[in-house]
Design a protein around this ligand. Structure first.
Ligand code: A2P
Length: 358
């Protein structure tokens, strides 16, 4: 950790949506990575007040977001849905707290940085706290981590991607629905769909988020909008088909790119082997799966790397990552780690100006 934090008591941190699929892992990762924390708050709805959640080896009781005073914390990680972020993130910032927001609510706002540290972390260099930083869409994060080194070396003209997304991306109730429907089907019964509009057990659904007027889903459009911002390539051509599959944790993606320059495959393997955040599995038979490689891990796994059979600028990749970790909670904590020294300095400045007033 940066030297400005060495003698610092740590930051006061809140996790909003702490009982949810992502919030719970945010707490786990903050503890695992020894994020410098002096006080931690777990916030959720009134329904969950008093519920214990894990923070490392400790249990902390959930407080009500609606009653929380954000002037008592330096940093809040939000993962409670877009409408909660829309209402509470600006209030938190007005109270002096910096927000890292996992919802899609602020991701297209040009005044709000959208960040994957390995890809465009530099946008935080001249950013001033307090404010909101948007954490990107899970499918987009893992894809751009794999594409960034290739873009730098060969240029990126076009991307085609088909996703195979696990149900945890739709939250805890979606995971429960998959388990319930699977158990019902194995007993030759039907369980009514609820979170998903069609059965998810033993099925695949080419529908994630709402349908748009152009026939694409919002999830597919997010991959275009957010990749353009993250890769700093406003004209990038990208076409996505986003598909929900009956997997609990880990998204997989078949990514097919077209580069500006002809590919040198030895260089492609070298770049991916050395890329920040990437774990390359270079033997075809070692391909990654969500269950066996990605779930519970931090890396973005890249395997099945093949040059297109018909195009010297074409490359196929199979990209797999834990959508709750690198796709959400881990990326948010990595952003927090970048900001921590600055937030600590800010806190120290506030303290010294308070003591000089006393
Ligand atoms: P709660 O458990 O109290 O409903 P997931 O994405 O797994 O569905 O989790 C959503 C998270 O957002 C949960 O922690 C949930 O808390 C929280 N949340 C949902 N609605 C609200 C609300 N109105 N106020 C605060 N937190 C909320």
């Amino acid at each position: 950790m940066n030297s400005s934090l060495e003698h610092h008591p740590g930051l006061r941190v809140a996790v909003v949506g702490a009982t949810g699929a992502v919030g719970e892992v945010m707490l786990e990762i903050l503890a695992q990575r020894k994020f410098p924390i002096s006080e931690i708050w777990a916030l959720a709805s009134e329904r969950s007040v008093g519920t214990p959640v894990n923070f490392g080896r400790k249990e902390i009781a959930v407080d009500n977001l609606a009653d929380f005073d954000f002037s008592t914390v330096d940093l809040a990680l939000f993962s409670a849905g877009g409408s909660i972020s829309a209402e509470y993130a600006p209030k938190a910032v007005a109270a002096g707290c910096t927000v890292i927001d996992n919802s899609s609510h602020f991701r297209r706002d040009e005044h709000i940085p959208l960040v994957v540290p390995e890809v465009n972390g530099h946008v935080l260099d001249d950013w001033d706290a307090p404010g909101i930083i948007a954490n990107p869409n899970c499918s987009t994060i893992q894809m751009v981590v794999a594409l960034k080194p290739l873009q730098e070396a060969f240029g990126l003209k076009r991307v085609h991607v088909a996703t195979y997304q696990s149900v945890s991306g739709a939250g805890r109730k979606a995971m429960e629905e998959l388990v319930r429907q699977t158990a019902a089907k194995l007993s030759f019964k039907d369980a009514d769909p609820d979170v998903f509009e069609r059965p998810i057990a033993f099925n695949v659904l080419a529908h994630i988020d709402t349908f748009q007027d152009n026939g694409f889903t919002r999830e597919e459009m997010k991959m275009l909008w957010e990749s353009r911002r993250l890769l700093e390539s406003p004209d990038l051509a990208l076409t996505a088909t986003a598909v929900r599959v009956p997997v609990l944790f880990g998204h997989a993606e078949a990514v097919h790119i077209e580069t500006e320059k002809a590919l040198d495959m030895a260089q492609v393997f070298d770049l991916l082997r050395n890329a920040d955040g990437v774990e390359l599995l270079d033997k075809p038979e070692d391909y990654a799966t969500p269950l066996t490689e990605a779930a519970g891990k931090d890396a973005v796994y890249v395997s099945r790397v093949r040059q297109d059979l018909h195009d010297e600028c074409g490359l196929c990749l199979w990209v797999v990552a834990d959508n709750i970790r690198k796709g959400a909670a881990l990326n948010a904590v990595q952003i927090a780690e970048r900001l921590a020294p600055r937030l600590a300095e800010r806190g120290a400045d506030d303290l010294s100006s308070m003591s000089s007033m006393m």
